[in-house]
Design a protein around this ligand. Structure first.
Ligand SMILES: Cc1cc2nc3c(=O)[nH]c(=O)nc-3n(C[C@H](O)[C@H](O)[C@H](O)COP(=O)(O)OP(=O)(O)OC[C@H]3O[C@@H](n4cnc5c(N)ncnc54)[C@H](O)[C@@H]3O)c2cc1C
Length: 360
């Protein structure tokens, strides 16, 4: 019994089938793929649960997924829009040149050092002081402050410094956001990739495992559970917390809306944090375009769980649930919800392959 058809459940199911094991996937949503699900709108693959850019340095994982989809050459190069001023991300020579007119890495380093000395405090006590001491006032003011405050719903002065202990700062004109060896988007979208993984495997969509547990458990020797760990135990120790995101998706009667897949709006006044223009992930030339505005949202029980809040309180609660989970002899808990941690896609595939090897 495999609960959830996200990447974890789908990779596990594929590996089980290879070894002639029969599995049944139950998925409470009406589609497969979990959060990497893409839906075709106006011929464009729309990332329904947030933009997903595949990147990895793990050759084994890269080769594995390339058996189920061909990946394009998409390279993530987000831009920041601060009140109409455009900057490249991550912070690099293009950003520094636009901000201060500096041309060489030496000039950029000098400028940042000057700013550091001006604002440095021995122990930056909050995110604002920390950011200023790392990259100076201008970058903090235009590219960090508004965006971070929208993300966390609190002033940077009230946020702990450790959130940005390290800021990616690059002294080259390289706009590639990731340092990974391999990067791309599966041609035809992630749903097609997951369909290929799940070829020949029985799936029941629109079925909540926990609501049909008794009947479903009687069908299986072993359960791979990729839903929320606290839900499995009916929240008996309390609910784990998440940060949520709200998406407003719109079809626009234009070929090209913003010229880039990802644009961050870094001022405080624009209510959303980013606009994703989905067609640019696949170099689409459709006559229309689809965009999603992303709003950071407080999470409450019943909302879509997106990012686990791995602070002390929640990590301790997770460990208590894990203790209970370890005592469930027939059940393996896996994936981002089953383990209550943020996993990039490559890490989830790596983990599912590891668990499959161990369990099968
Ligand atoms: C906003 C956002 C953006 C991201 N962007 C990137 C990115 O750019 N690059 C990257 O590498 N990673 C990205 N990720 C991470 C990526 O989404 C995860 O690595 C991946 O989706 C995890 O797969 P999973 O199978 O563990 O979980 P999921 O995809 O969540 O799958 C779990 C499935 O279980 C189902 N389920 C839960 N409970 C039950 C139940 N009781 N009964 C039946 N079914 C159930 C759910 O409906 C879901 O389909 C992003 C994550 C988020 C939140």
């Amino acid at each position: 019994m495999i609960v959830g058809s996200g990447l974890f459940g789908s990779v596990f199911a594929h590996e089980a089938k290879k070894l002639n094991k029969t599995s049944l996937i139950v998925e409470k949503r009406l589609h497969i793929g979990g959060n990497v699900y893409t839906e075709a709108i106006e011929g464009i693959n729309v990332h329904k649960y947030g933009a997903h850019i595949f990147h990895t340095s793990n050759k084994k994982v890269w080769d594995y997924l390339n058996r189920f989809a061909e990946f394009n050459r998409y390279t993530n190069s987000p831009i920041a829009n601060y009140k109409g001023e455009i900057y490249n991300l991550p912070f690099n020579m293009n950003t520094f040149n636009r901000m201060w007119g500096v041309v060489t890495p030496e000039e950029a380093k000098l400028k940042i050092e000057e700013e550091r000395l001006k604002y440095k405090t021995e122990n930056p006590e909050n995110l604002e002081r920390q950011a200023i001491s790392l990259v100076g006032f201008d970058i903090y003011e235009k590219l960090i402050k508004g965006y971070t405050e929208k993300q966390w719903g609190r002033p940077c002065k009230d946020l702990p410094a450790f959130i940005i202990n390290r800021l990616p700062v690059r002294f080259s004109y390289d706009n590639n956001y990731f340092n990974s060896l391999y990067q791309g988007i599966p041609l035809g979208g992630y749903t097609a990739l997951v369909e290929n993984l799940l070829e020949g495997i029985e799936i029941r969509l629109g079925t909540d495992y926990l609501e049909n547990k008794k009947e479903l458990d009687s069908l299986a020797e072993k359960v791979i559970y990729t839903g929320p760990i606290d839900a499995y135990f009916y929240y008996s120790l309390g609910a784990l917390e998440y940060r949520s995101v709200r998406f407003e998706t719109e079809i626009i009667d234009k070929e090209n809306f913003q010229g880039n897949a990802v644009v961050n709006f870094t001022d405080a006044e624009t209510p959303y944090t980013r606009i994703i223009e989905h067609k640019h992930f696949e170099f689409g030339a459709q006559p229309k375009t689809v965009i999603s505005r992303e709003y950071s949202a407080e999470w409450k029980k019943g909302d879509e769980p997106y990012y686990p809040v791995n602070d002390k309180k929640n990590n301790e609660l997770y460990l208590r649930y894990k203790d209970l989970a370890d005592r469930e002899r027939r059940v393996v808990f896996g994936g981002r919800l089953g383990e209550y941690r943020y996993y990039d896609m490559d890490k989830v595939v790596e983990k599912a392959l590891e668990v499959a090897e161990r369990e099968l």
